[in-house]
Design a protein around this ligand. Structure first.
Ligand code: UT7
Length: 367
């Protein structure tokens, strides 16, 4: 029997902080309103030169360092993102190149804010089936680039950041124990970036109408979220053959403190069993759960042997929950120094581009 363990974790956020006081100067809102209705006090915003891929790469290096995994040992990279670098190629391929993960397949997974849970489940399934040994899952976002900074309904909520897990095969029981993934596309229009895809290609008109920004029916999304968070948690816990009492921590998608409080009431659990950091980062979509996990591991709240529920919801509509036993790095561990591999990845990428250039010349002569 093979188990899929989370053996590495890392996160990265931009330096720039946007506070509620800053937002008061941009739209008709107030710190008091934002804190009361969402719990958010500040969020991070990507600077020039930062993007979903650069944040994802930073988080990935940290996760590889913790796991003691070399880039060439990665079999697959899944990047869950709602703000990819491009429609294509996949952000995961850009991350693959920057890591120099020479043996890895790479693809993006689009399930909005539930994407990280979907991706960890896919990674765990591939490992448990025996097909793959080491999978890197990244949740990376620069939602600030899709935000209409004049729309107070949305601009107060979102922030930028990235988180990453390394999952590895082991014969030792534990790791990802169960998962529940769900979707309801009848709610697709409740949270969407309407233009820029094949349905509404980007035109001057779509840009003038602001259709390349996030559009959201906040009240409907709120109602849906409060309905699914608790029930998905219960289902995943039951599927793992456990009771809620066997679970140490619930790590919810960090969208709104009121949604988390509603889930706590539904599950009859005190709020201190939930890991919450949304007051400092806002809603970072696919990055929110790994960011919360990383902080809780760093400050010692999450310990090896603890059972966690990761639970989230998002556009689609999608939602899901996953139960995992926290293992920490595998016993056999190597020291991995990102600096050296970063240099090698840069050189490798340059040499491949050079090789393609010369191949092009040779082909040109033959043709
Ligand atoms: O990852 C999934 C992403 N999305 C979510 O998780 C969103 C879920 N929804 C929410 O978190 C909440 O619905 C919001 C925080 C977005 C809004 O809170 P709410 O308590 O549902 O407010 P509301 O939309 O019902 O609006 C109440 C009032 C409205 O005024 P009227 O119509 O009652 O006069 C809004 O116009 O608050 C007004 N309002 C604001 N006032 C000050 C809306 N946004 C703001 C604002 N500042 N930023």
């Amino acid at each position: 029997m093979v188990y899929a363990h989370i053996t590495g974790w890392g996160c990265a956020v931009p330096e720039k902080i946007l506070t509620n006081a800053d937002l008061e100067k941009m739209v008709d809102t107030s710190d008091a309103w934002i804190v009361e209705r969402s719990g958010i006090r500040e969020r991070r915003i990507a600077g020039e030169g930062e993007s979903s891929a650069t944040l994802g790469v930073r988080a990935a290096w940290r996760a590889l360092e913790v796991a003691g995994v070399r880039p060439a040992e990665i079999d697959l990279i899944i990047c869950a993102t709602s703000s990819p670098e491009h429609i294509f190629p996949a952000t995961a391929c850009i991350i693959q190149d920057k890591l120099g993960a020479s043996r890895a397949g790479a693809f993006d997974l689009s399930a909005a804010c539930s994407g990280f849970i979907y991706a960890v489940h896919m990674a765990a399934q591939a490992i448990r089936s025996g097909a793959l040994k080491t999978v890197l899952v990244v949740g990376a976002e620069t939602l600030s680039r899709l935000t209409d900074w004049s729309d107070r309904n949305t601009c107060i909520l979102f922030g930028d950041g990235a988180g990453a897990f390394v999952l590895q095969a082991s014969r030792q029981p534990g790791g990802v124990l169960s998962a529940v993934l769900r979707a309801d596309g009848s709610g697709a229009d409740l949270l969407t970036v309407p233009a820029g895809g094949s349905r509404h290609p980007a035109t001057l008109e779509t840009v003038k109408a602001g259709m390349h920004y996030i559009h959201m029916d906040g009240r409907e999304v709120f109602r849906f979220a409060t309905r699914v968070m608790g029930s998905a948690t219960q289902e995943a816990v039951a599927q793992a053959g456990l009771d809620l009492a066997d679970v140490r921590w619930i790590v919810p998608h960090q969208a709104n403190i009121r949604i988390i409080e509603a889930a706590a009431r539904f599950l009859k659990l005190p709020l201190d069993r939930f890991i919450v950091n949304l007051e400092r980062y806002g809603n970072t979509s696919t990055a929110s759960i790994p960011l919360a996990v990383c902080e809780a591991v760093a400050d010692g709240r999450i310990q090896p042997g603890d059972r966690l529920v990761l639970v989230g919801f998002g556009a689609g509509l999608t939602w899901g929950a996953l139960v995992a036993e926290w293992s920490g790095p595998l016993a056999v561990q190597r020291r991995v120094r990102p600096g050296m591999y970063r240099l090698w990845a840069g050189l490798r990428s340059f040499l491949r581009r050079l090789a393609r250039f010369f191949e092009g010349l040779v082909w040109g002569r033959k043709a």
